[in-house]
Design a protein around this ligand. Structure first.
Ligand code: SF4
Length: 317
């Protein structure tokens, strides 16, 4: 069996920064530190940080007075920021800078009197955080059909922003539908879909030309991982999203000559190596990696942690 690895795959700069923030906070301030929600959508990452002394909570009222508190990479609403402030909690913000950019765009558009349309998935924490950035109603759409059913007069000044981890192709269609429906509309040139999401989707589309089966390592609640599996399906390749090697059903790959393997932006590389080890139980495996974009983006750490020894706190993207 040949296994072809997608390039790029796995951790993005926002995830590396978020995990770094928790680890460096533990080193600098000592355990426990409190993290609101999963720091990134991956159980293995969360469990590893729990072992080092991080405590994960759903809401800030579970955080003891004065305890170091970290916001997850997906970002939070203004209400959560204000709540932390009123409780006097020392906060380290692990919101990905690319999500913060969408927050800033949203506030900017609403300040200028535009009605905000957010292209994204209802219930995802990033969407909840972005909606909670503005003091105005936000219309959430995820499909062209949703655009058609928006109850907004066509002459309304509109602005759109997008979740960072959507399907590049679907989002293009939704933006086109918005532009068709509303004459006075502004938004980012293409979308706010982040570099990491775009690179991983492009890589998977190319990978699908080479493989019989696609395996995507990632959590079921990881938006970008789900999109990677969907691209495999669109390309006509049987595609499976697996949390780790234990979730691999060997029947899926039995008889396959070439297996494509990728990982969502919050999935550690060890999990990819575990899947290769599991495949080796059924066959000899030759592993190659496709040519693809090399990423060298690194995000700056919050000021409170920049004195900590880390190879990551180097430059802004
Ligand atoms: Fe940031 Fe994109 Fe990574 Fe999300 S997927 S954390 S937006 S770089």
């Amino acid at each position: 069996m040949r296994v072809v690895l997608a390039q790029p795959r796995g951790f993005c700069a926002g995830v590396v920064r978020a995990i770094d923030i928790v680890e460096l906070a533990l080193q600098k301030f000592g355990a426990p530190v409190y993290v609101r929600h999963e720091i990134v959508h991956n159980k293995h990452v969360v469990d590893g940080l729990k072992l080092k002394g991080a405590r994960f909570v759903d809401e800030l009222d579970e955080v003891p007075e004065g305890a170091v508190t970290i916001f997850s990479a997906h970002g939070v609403s203004r209400a959560v920021v204000d709540d932390a402030k009123s409780r006097g909690l020392p906060v380290l913000d692990a919101t990905c800078p690319l999500v913060s950019k969408v927050h800033a765009q949203s506030r900017h558009y609403v300040r200028r009197g535009r009605t905000l349309v957010l292209i994204g998935h209802i219930g995802h924490p990033e969407v909840e955080g972005t909606v909670g950035q503005v003091q105005a109603p936000v219309h959430i759409v995820s499909t062209e059909a949703d655009v058609a059913s928006l109850e907004i007069p066509p002459d309304t000044p509109i602005a759109y922003v997008t979740q960072t981890t959507l399907s590049v192709d679907e989002t293009r269609g939704v933006i086109a539908a918005l532009r068709n429906r509303f004459a006075d509309i502004v938004g980012p040139d293409t979308s706010d879909i982040c570099y990491a999401t775009q690179h991983r989707q492009t890589a998977v589309r190319e990978l699908c030309r080479l493989v019989d089966v696609l395996l995507v390592v990632g959590a079921s609640n990881s938006s970008n991982s789900n999109r990677l599996r969907e691209i495999g399906v669109e390309e006509g390749v049987p595609s499976y999203l697996i949390a780790d090697s234990k979730a691999l059903d060997l029947d899926w790959v039995t008889g396959a000559k070439v297996v494509g393997l990728t990982a969502g932006a919050s999935a550690p590389e060890e999990l990819v190596l575990d899947v290769i080890a599991a495949l080796r139980q059924i066959d000899e495996v030759e592993v190659t990696q496709m040519n693809g974009t090399q990423e060298d983006i690194v995000f700056r750490l919050p000021p409170e942690l920049r004195d900590m020894p880390s190879g990551l706190a180097a430059v802004d993207a």
